[in-house]
Write a protein that binds this ligand. Structure first.
Ligand code: ZN
Length: 289
């Protein structure tokens, strides 16, 4: 399992120091020649370097959904060299998907989306092991998958799955990168209830259910009836991929405690600061844990 920073400035400085110290002992040949070339633009970044790249190669990301958001998420995690991806989706590729779901193509119509993404990734980066699971994400399965992952990306399109993924992440203490996109509107945040994080920041680190109580009733707006602007899912999905890579390598403070909202019509981003709800039915019992 890859070590991850808590995203705070203190944690970042500490991890930088650790990495700087470790770097001298780490031989560059821990990556093969081809990997040194493939990841050279990451190795040139001081924030990532060889150790960060090795962390990515040793990491395991769980991606829920292989559609509009899941496509850019899976592709960027794969090109960046996240070594293991578990991708969950119960749907098959349809012609209406190709307007925005860039991991699929015409030759895959009728194929499970998870198999299609796996084929696309295999053609780009053989370093990445993809576990393609064609099924719905129920609570029991999620508990197991989340426990095995270092970071979880919710790219699903319905409220029930979002709640189940969040509950599993809170229970297992794993960071969740959550995105949503409909019409011209998108939103993205990180919900990080890892128990090792600084206690002082606890009230600024809500879970998904602190914002969207599971008991509330929301009108489900499906892409099939609402439509979705093609590149919107690319914009939100790549932000999700970026946040996951940052969490895995310990780069910068994450989006935890901040919700980014995009109006792609005006191409305007708004940021809302988030707070934990004391009585949250999902993370309430873990306060100060
Ligand atoms: Zn909560």
């Amino acid at each position: 399992m890859a070590a991850m920073d808590d995203g705070s400035d203190n944690g970042k400085r500490g991890a930088r120091g650790d990495r700087a110290g470790a770097r001298g002992h780490e031989a560059a040949d821990s990556l093969g020649d081809e990997q040194l070339l493939r990841y050279s633009r990451h190795l040139l970044l001081d924030d990532i370097g060889i150790e960060g790249q090795r962390r990515l190669l040793a990491s395991h990301a769980l991606v829920i959904g292989a559609g509009g958001l899941g496509s850019p998420v899976a592709l960027y995690l794969a090109t960046a060299g996240v070594g293991r991806l578990t991708i969950v989706d119960d749907d098959t590729v349809d012609l209406t998907n190709l307007q925005r779901q860039v991991a699929h193509n015409l030759s895959r119509l009728g194929l499970p989306k998870t198999d299609s993404v796996r084929q696309t990734i295999a053609a780009i980066n053989p370093d990445v092991q993809v576990r393609a699971l064609r099924r719905r994400a129920d609570a029991a399965a999620l508990a197991q998958w989340v426990a095995e992952a270092d970071v979880v990306l919710d790219c699903s399109d319905n409220f029930a799955t979002r709640q189940a993924v969040n509950a599993a992440c809170v229970r297992a203490g794993k960071p969740l990168v959550s995105g949503a996109a409909i019409g011209f509107d998108g939103q993205v945040s990180v919900y990080d209830r890892r128990p090792g994080l600084a206690r002082e920041s606890d009230s600024q680190r809500p879970c998904y259910a602190c914002l969207f109580p599971p008991t509330a009733t929301y009108e489900e707006t499906a892409c099939s009836t609402m439509g979705v602007f093609a590149p919107l899912v690319g914009i939100i999905g790549t932000v999700q991929a970026a946040e996951a890579l940052k969490l895995l390598t310990g780069v910068g403070p994450s989006l935890a405690g901040r919700l980014l909202m995009l109006d792609a019509r005006a191409m305007r981003w708004d940021e809302v600061l988030l707070a934990r709800q004391e009585g949250c039915p999902v993370c309430g019992g873990t306060a100060g844990a």
